[in-house]
Design a protein around this ligand. Structure first.
Ligand SMILES: *[C@@H]1O[C@H](CO)[C@@H](O)[C@H](O)[C@H]1NC(C)=O
Ligand SMILES: *[C@@H]1O[C@H](CO)[C@@H](O)[C@H](O)[C@H]1NC(C)=O
Ligand SMILES: *[C@@H]1O[C@H](CO)[C@@H](O)[C@H](O)[C@H]1NC(C)=O
Ligand SMILES: *[C@@H]1O[C@H](CO)[C@@H](O)[C@H](O)[C@H]1NC(C)=O
Ligand SMILES: [Zn+2]
Length: 538
């Protein structure tokens, strides 16, 4: 009788289509969903809706006005899958069937993340690849592999230039948003050229590097390119040595550390006297920023990296979602469009390095919310949105867990050593805890704790990156160029081509005047006709 009810419901769903299906799923009790899933009609109708959508999908073969690159530092595919389950479970569902914002992107490719010198790469060389279009050496940012890490004199002549910089040259507005320090390797490759990713301020450069003319990353942040929106952490590298931090005035380790006594926040504020520029360092001022009257915004909310989302002080620091929203609202006033780089996850990466999955996965869920918010504030018809990672981590989940198993929970059976184990495990890292020669018995341990370190097979003080491919998710104009298995530096080339930035001069056509979501269904013959007209009048 129950079964018949669900069968009737399944049949109904076939006719009501995919939208209702998604809404229904979200509202449905997990138990009811399991019942429904027993019916072939449920799976058939769901797949048919997906097939219909796939048949209606047309590549948008015209120029992108705006580009947003979301970079999940360390966000490997296993992290995305676990974050998806976590989000579903946070919303009271079983979890696995959840659809992340990035899951809805129509085009997906795999990105090979090795660098010129490393099989398993770091965030600096990979940032050079996806920002500048060139694979490079570990530890270096914005330089080709002719540059040698830490050797200042190999900097000059080996600079490679980011899509952000090329977008600025062609009149677009540009921004960076990150939950780490804004001088961190991932954003740094967008504006700096440095043989060391850790030369945050001039105090970090060895004397020989100074003598040879190398410049710290913070100085390059405010002098290389005029970046309209800069949001993240990293205050202490911007102010003269000894300057008390406004938020932690009694802390010695968070004081300004610039030996050249420059205040780079003022340098940035004063560099464009004709524009309305604002600097903020806490949430209240950030919230009061009027995006309509603000041309440029710098927000530095912590002396170094911003806090993990689970520890964020909500009255003091904005979230990645709020920062992304404000950045888009300021940048999109430029009629020529914008390039925005959003990295949430410097903290995904850091959570994994600490071997604490809850920190990493909570960050990944917030990152997806930022992607969702950006989707609400932009149009797929004029904005190419790309979501990818720089590299993966040795993070995994498994162990024959049943449907709906809490993502931080135990696998159903004990291991060979007669002790339980969590589904999430790391191949290496600080979670290696052996007591008297055996694995720790976690029966009485709170493995749901925010700081619980999942067990690791090999002891290391920091868990390491993983070497497998990461995903690239894309939507918007020219997003279809992301397909198949690609080298990571290809990301920069697609973005540059889509927005007609250097070195590309033979570009996709301009969208027709009434560019709207209706373009999806534009027959390809129309686009062909448009191409012919453009060719005739070029
Ligand atoms: C660069 O500096 C290193 C040591 O500081 C030196 O060994 C090397 O020869 C220099 N290279 C060039 C091209 O000047
Ligand atoms: C959060 O920040 C506010 C304002 O600075 C402060 O009063 C409050 O104590 C902070 N809360 C926590 C939990 O640190
Ligand atoms: C693990 O700990 C639990 C609870 O303290 C205990 O009942 C169990 O016997 C222990 N297992 C082993 C293999 O030591
Ligand atoms: C480890 O072994 C020693 C010696 O057998 C014992 O005294 C100690 O209690 C053991 N520690 C744990 C945590 O089981
Ligand atoms: Zn890392």
């Amino acid at each position: 009788m129950q079964t018949q009810k669900y069968r009737a419901l399944s049949l109904l769903l076939i006719f009501l289509g995919p939208i209702l299906l998604v809404v229904d799923q979200a509202a449905m009790e997990s138990q009811a969903l399991y019942e429904l899933e027993k019916e072939p009609a449920y799976w058939d109708s769901q797949a048919r809706a997906t097939l219909d959508a796939a048949l209606k999908l047309h590549p948008r073969k015209y120029q992108a006005k705006n580009i947003i690159l979301f970079l999940g530092d360390g966000m490997g595919v296993s992290t995305v899958s676990a974050a998806r389950i976590l989000r579903g479970q946070m919303e009271g569902r079983s979890g696995e069937e959840t659809v992340l914002a990035m899951d809805t992107f129509p085009f997906v490719a795999l990105s090979k993340t090795y660098s010129v010198d490393k099989q398993v790469a770091d965030s600096a060389s990979t940032a050079t690849a996806y920002h500048c279009g060139v694979k490079a050496n570990a530890k270096t940012v914005g330089l080709s592999a002719n540059a040698v890490a830490y050797e200042c004199n190999t900097t000059f002549g080996n600079e490679v230039y980011s899509v952000l910089r090329r977008a600025k040259v062609q009149g677009k507005s540009v921004g960076i948003v990150t939950t780490t320090r804004v001088q961190h390797a991932s954003p740094a490759a967008a504006y700096a050229h440095s043989v060391s990713r850790s030369w945050y301020s001039d105090a970090d450069l060895p004397p020989s590097a100074h003598q040879q003319g190398c410049v710290d990353i913070s100085t390059q942040l405010v002098t290389n390119v005029d970046i309209d929106v800069i949001l993240g952490g990293g205050r202490m590298y911007m102010t003269p040595q000894g300057t008390p931090d406004p938020e932690y005035p009694s802390s010695n380790s968070r004081k300004g550390d610039r030996k050249d006594k420059k205040n780079l926040i003022d340098v940035w504020l004063n560099s464009k006297p004709n524009k309305k520029s604002h600097y903020v360092w806490h949430r209240k001022d950030f919230d009061e920023i009027n995006v309509k009257t603000t041309d440029r915004l710098m927000g530095l909310f912590e002396p170094k990296d911003m806090r993990f989302e689970v520890f964020r002080n909500r009255t003091r620091d904005p979230s990645i979602v709020e920062m992304t929203e404000k950045a888009i609202q300021i940048l999109n006033k430029n009629p020529k469009g914008y390039f925005l780089f959003v990295e949430d996850e410097g903290r995904i990466d850091h959570g994994h390095h600490d071997g604490i999955a809850k920190l990493a996965l909570t960050e990944a869920v917030m990152f997806d919310r930022a992607i969702q918010r950006a989707a609400e504030l932009t149009r797929e018809s004029d904005t190419l949105t790309v979501v990818t990672a720089d590299h993966s981590h040795v993070f995994t989940f498994g162990g024959n867990t049943p449907r709906g198993n809490p993502i931080f929970g135990l696998a159903p059976k004990n291991a060979e050593d007669k002790m339980p184990f969590t589904s999430i495990l790391y191949a290496n890292g600080p979670g290696y805890v052996h007591i008297n020669g055996t694995r720790e018995n976690i029966t009485m341990v709170d493995y749901y704790d925010e700081e619980y370190m999942q067990q690791a097979a090999v002891p290391l003080d920091a868990e390491t990156h993983g070497g497998e491919d990461v995903a690239i998710y894309a939507k918007g104009p020219m997003a279809h160029l992301f397909h198949g298995v690609k080298e990571q530096n290809y990301v920069a080339h697609v973005m540059a081509y889509a927005a007609c930035l250097k070195p590309y001069t033979s570009c996709p056509p301009q969208p027709h005047n009434h560019a709207s979501p209706g373009c999806v269904n534009t027959p390809s013959s129309f686009l062909f006709g448009l191409l012919v007209i453009l060719w005739l009048f070029r």
